[in-house]
Ligand binder design. Sequence first.
Ligand code: FCB
Length: 460
Amino acid sequence: MSTDDQFRFPDGFLWGAATAAYQIEGAADADGKGPSIWDTFTHTAGKVWHDDTGDVACDSYRRYPEDIAMLQRLGVGSYRFSLSWPRIQPDGRGQANQAGLDYYSRLVDALLDKGITPMVTLYHWDLPQALQDKGGWAARDIAEMFGDFASIAGEALGDRVHRWITLNEPWVVAHVGYRDGRHAPGVADPAQAVAANHHLLLAHGRAVRALRAASPSPAQIGITLNLAVFRATSPQAAALADELDARQNGTYLGPLLRRAYPERLTADFSPAKVDGLVHDGDFDVIATPIDFLGVNFYAPTYVGTRPDGEPRRGEDLSGPHEDPVQPKGMPVTAMNWLVDSTAIYELLTRLRDEAPGLPLYITENGSAWYDYVTPDGTIEDYERIAYLRDHLTAVHQAIADGVNLRGYFAWSLLDNFEWAEGYAKRFGLVFVDFGTQRRILKRSGEFYANVVRANALPAR
Ligand code: FCB
């Protein structure tokens, strides 16, 4: 492949692909696994598109060797996957379920055997149901239990796993899980959402410390945030964009980097919403130094008056949830998410300035499209290739402009269970036929493999 030196990535840049336990594993009650909040949620009628569940998903609990074969075809150096907490602690506390740990141990060994390094997320949304029954993330003692879980994981896998992510997207956990109720556990209560948010941060800090203490070898530990790029579409919307920024970005970057929540949080998003929520010393735990920040990014959010001039719903800053406007004429994915690669550049350069020197990884980036298998047995997903190429070009430019980006993980290795969207939305570089579990590398997977092999974008 001819490559333009202009589009070469730094030596040692880590290319990867990502998944999450509940989205791919299936085997919902195998080998002593306890139920998670997603098991409960998906088995409640009307919560998920088509009432789909993760009971089988991609059956990766059994078919992980096939997944690893696909990672090899992509040629990636790393695989980001998550641990199912209730597989390891069926009730979320107490002694570990050895069979659950053994599964992850086998997976790690099989990856290392092929020269693929694991990047392990401790929590990607599948809370043990037994902990939710005691209040879940809204109850403070969960932080301690999460620390215990981190110790178990570190002791069992830390000899071979050297990169860890504590939490995936605490914003989504707190606000989609406990404020909107569109995700498990399906709670719609602003006070619980604010409490959950603080306890997630506290749990993160505890887990960083627990992993460091438990790991038999040095570990790089970070957290993955879904930071947002808000764009005001009118001068009147600028204040709203700032408020949304404080909610989704400042709420994390503040405590993690500066030991404080942002001041401009309206009542329903402020820690003051819950009496006694923040204890002395909490920020010391939350701001425990991390080795990197994981960034999941898909699309910018435009806020303001609608293009037709109608005032947007929820203009009132204390409103329950933002109601983003969708600019007309811009391409969108099957998720109805905008395709605009300038936003990832904007976010990365902002982080360069806000957290100088902190290593960054893109831990998720990708797009969903209406993929299908052609009569020739191929998946011609040129939209995904275009999205990837544009985003990698923007990422490359960010590195050239001084962003300390160490790696990029495509979301996702496989088509999988896309939460409230069930199996309706396909994000994979690999197509999964959910009827037969057959995996087929998409054209975008071939494109990505070329990028990885060359450590560069192909010349156009
Ligand atoms: C992110 C999630 C990931 C996947 C992508 C599309 O918010 O972390 O599990 O669902 O969105």
